[in-house]
Write a protein that binds this ligand. Structure first.
Ligand SMILES: Nc1ncnc2c1ncn2[C@@H]1O[C@H](COP(=O)(O)OP(=O)(O)OP(=O)(O)O)[C@@H](O)[C@H]1O
Ligand SMILES: [Mg+2]
Length: 442
C-alpha cells in the first residue's frame, strides 16, 4: 500500500494529557509560565498504521488503553501532541460521548445540523432525509426534541445520519452497543454495504465476535501502545490473554515441567494432571479473576480442556465434543464427594450446570475421599453453544445431612471461546433440520 492509496495514515502519533490534581492548578498554570502545576500522562505513544479504502479495522484494548483518544484525533476533535494524521475524504463518526446532537432541537433539526457539519448542502440532506429517518425507524418521533429520546434512539438517529451520507471513512466508537439487537444487525448490514462501496471503517468494540465477524484486520492497544496489528482472530486471542491476565508464553514454557505424581487410571493418551500442586495459574485457559472459596477439605488442583481431542483449544467450534478433566486432592476425609460444573456466558448467564449427584455418577468407590487421596474427574459434552466467551466454574462439595458443604469452589476459573457458527444463530444449536416440499395448490 503506497501512501497515496491509504484513506487514513497515522504516523508516529503520541498524546500527552496534562493532569491537574487540584481544580485551581489549571488557573494557576495560566499565570506561571515557568512552574509546572500538572503531571503529564501519555495516553498514546508512537502509534503508526494505515488503512486502505474498503478496509474494516477493529481496535481493541482494555479500558483506558487509548482507543477513544485515538479515534478523536483521527476525527480531528482532539489535537495530537506529536506525530501526524492524514485522512482522505468525508469522515462520519459516532464517538463515545453521546450522539453530538443538541438536545433542545428536534430530531429533524439535528439531522440537518449534523449533515451540514459533514459538509452536505440542505438539498443533499433533504434528498437523503427520508432514508435517514426510515433507517433510524423514528418517523413518529422526528419532530420531538432529542432530549425526549432514549439513549438508544439518539444513537440510532446518529448512526443513520453518519452512515447515510456516503462517508469515505466511518468511525464507530462502541456506539452500537447501545442499540438493541435488531438495530445492531441492521447497522452491520449497512456497514457491509459501505465497505463494499469502498468506505474505510474503524470500529472500536469490546465484542470479540464483532471483530472476528466484521473486520478485515485488527489493532490491539495496551497502555497507549500499539502491541499488535494482524488478522482479527489472532488479535482477539491476544486481547483475551491480556484481559484475563494470561501469559501464554510462560504457560507454554512451563508446561513440560508440570509436576505429576501418581498416574491416573484414564490411560496414557490423556494429558497428565497435577495431583500434588495447584497449577491453574500455569494454564492458558485460566481466568486469574476467578472467585475461590470453600473449607479446604478438598482442593481442585489442575484441569485440562480439549475440543475433539485437541488440547487447549483457542477456539471451540460449535458441535465439537469437549472434554474437561480436573484433578482433586482430598486434604481430609470427605464422605461422598460431589463434583460440580457450571458454564456461564461472559455476562454471567448460566448456560448449563450439573454435578455428579444429579448425574448419579459412580463416585462412591471405596477409599475415595480419604485424606491424601486424589481423583481425576472427567466430563464430556457436546458444545452446542453460539459464538462468544464462556466461563466454567468448578466445585467439589459434600452433603452433611440436608445441607451442602463446599470444599473448593472455583467460580469462572476456566475461560474458552466459541468460534462463529455457520449454521445457526442465537444461544444454542438445536440441531434443527428443515425440509421444503412442493405442494400443488388447487
Ligand atoms: N481529557 C483527558 N484528560 C486526561 N486524561 C485523559 C483524557 N482523556 C482520556 N484520558 C486518559 O487517557 C487514557 C485513555 O483513555 P481512552 O478514553 O482513550 O481509553 P479507551 O481505550 O477508549 O477506554 P474505554 O474502553 O474505557 O472506552 C485513560 O487513562 C484516560 O484516563
Ligand atoms: Mg473509549
Amino acid at each position: 500500500m503506497t501512501f497515496s492509496d491509504s484513506s487514513i495514515v497515522v504516523d508516529g502519533v503520541s498524546k500527552c494529557f496534562q493532569i491537574f490534581d487540584k481544580p485551581g492548578d489549571r488557573l494557576r498554570q495560566m499565570f506561571h509560565r515557568k512552574r509546572k502545576f500538572f503531571r503529564e500522562f501519555w495516553a498514546l505513544r508512537d502509534i503508526s498504521f494505515r488503512i486502505a479504502p474498503g478496509e474494516t479495522v477493529g481496535i481493541v484494548g482494555r479500558n483506558g488503553s487509548g482507543k477513544s483518544t485515538l479515534l478523536q484525533m483521527i476525527c480531528g476533535t482532539l489535537a495530537t501532541t506529536t506525530g501526524n494524521i492524514q485522512v482522505k475524504g468525508r469522515v462520519g463518526a459516532l464517538l463515545e460521548l453521546g450522539s453530538g446532537f443538541n438536545p433542545e432541537f428536534t430530531g429533524r433539526e439535528n439531522v440537518y445540523m449534523s449533515a451540514a457539519i459533514l459538509g452536505l448542502s440542505r438539498e443533499e440532506t433533504a434528498h437523503r432525509f427520508d432514508d435517514i429517518v426510515a433507517f433510524a425507524d423514528l418517523a413518529e418521533f422526528i419532530d420531538q426534541p432529542v432530549k425526549t429520546y432514549s439513549s438508544g434512539m439518539a444513537v440510532r438517529l446518529a448512526f443513520a445520519v453518519q452512515s447515510q451520507i456516503d462517508p469515505d471513512i466511518l468511525i464507530v466508537d462502541e456506539a452500537l452497543a447501545v442499540g438493541d439487537a435488531r438495530f445492531q444487525a441492521k447497522c452491520f448490514d449497512r456497514l457491509k454495504r459501505l465497505k463494499e462501496s469502498g468506505t474505510s471503517i474503524l470500529l472500536v468494540t469490546h465484542s470479540s465476535d464483532q471483530i472476528v465477524n466484521h473486520c478485515t484486520r485488527a489493532i490491539l492497544l495496551d497502555s497507549g501502545r500499539l502491541v499488535m496489528e494482524d488478522e482479527p482472530r489472532a488479535v482477539v486471542n491476544r486481547y483475551m490473554d491480556l484481559l484475563f491476565g494470561r501469559d501464554r508464553e510462560a504457560a507454554e514454557k512451563s508446561a513440560p515441567e508440570l509436576i505429576v505424581s501418581g498416574t491416573t487410571e484414564h490411560g496414557t493418551d490423556r494429558l497428565p494432571l497435577s495431583l500434588s500442586d495447584d497449577v491453574f495459574a500455569q494454564k492458558a485457559a485460566y481466568n486469574h479473576h476467578e472467585y475461590r472459596w470453600g473449607d479446604g477439605a478438598a482442593s481442585i488442583l489442575d484441569f485440562s480442556l480439549e475440543a475433539d481431542g485437541r488440547p487447549d483449544p483457542r477456539f471451540v467450534t460449535s458441535g465439537q465434543i469437549m472434554r474437561l478433566r480436573l484433578s482433586v486432592r482430598f486434604n481430609q476425609e470427605v464422605v461422598r464427594p460431589i463434583f460440580g460444573v457450571t458454564i456461564k456466558t461472559k455476562e454471567g448467564i448460566t448456560v448449563a450446570g450439573t454435578n455428579s449427584e444429579l448425574l448419579s455418577s459412580e463416585v462412591h468407590t471405596h477409599g475415595l475421599g480419604a485424606g491424601g487421596s486424589a481423583v481425576v474427574v472427567e466430563m464430556n459434552f457436546k458444545c452446542t453453544l453460539a459464538t462468544g466467551d464462556y466461563f466454567i466454574s468448578l466445585g467439589v462439595a459434600s452433603r452433611a445431612e440436608e445441607s451442602i458443604v463446599p470444599h473448593d469452589r472455583r467460580y469462572d476459573a476456566v475461560h474458552f471461546s466459541v468460534a462463529p457458527a455457520l449454521t445457526f444463530y442465537g444461544l444454542t444449536d438445536l440441531d434443527m433440520t428443515m425440509a421444503v416440499s412442493q405442494v400443488h395448490a388447487s
